[in-house]
Design a protein around this ligand. Structure first.
Ligand SMILES: [Zn+2]
Length: 95
């Protein structure tokens, strides 16, 4: 499954609810899920961490759907096999 297909699946499942909740409410959920991912990472529980990653990408796709963003196109346009800053692969940017 490609990112685009995942985003379309999320649209079929949740667009009616996501669009009712709106951009701010959906963004807030994404932030909440990022917080839970952070907690799972600290807990060192791989299974819990995997589930939180799933929630983060699901809410990111929901937010993209209601803002009219094609996640796959956006990601590939910016990260097309090279670092968008130094244009190298692997990245040679200084920390
Ligand atoms: Zn770089």
């Amino acid at each position: 499954m490609h990112i685009k297909e995942f985003q379309e699946m999320m649209r079929r499942l949740y667009f009616h609810r996501d669009s009712e909740r709106g951009v701010k409410g959906t963004y807030d959920w994404l932030v909440e899920e990022l917080g839970e991912l952070g907690e799972a990472l600290e807990g060192n529980d791989k299974e819990a961490t995997e589930k939180e990653f799933a929630d983060v990408i699901a809410w990111l796709a929901s937010l993209a759907n209601i803002t009219g963003i094609d996640l796959e196109r956006a990601a590939i346009n910016k990260y097309s096999g090279k670092c968008p800053k130094c244009h190298q692969s692997p990245c040679q940017c200084k920390f």
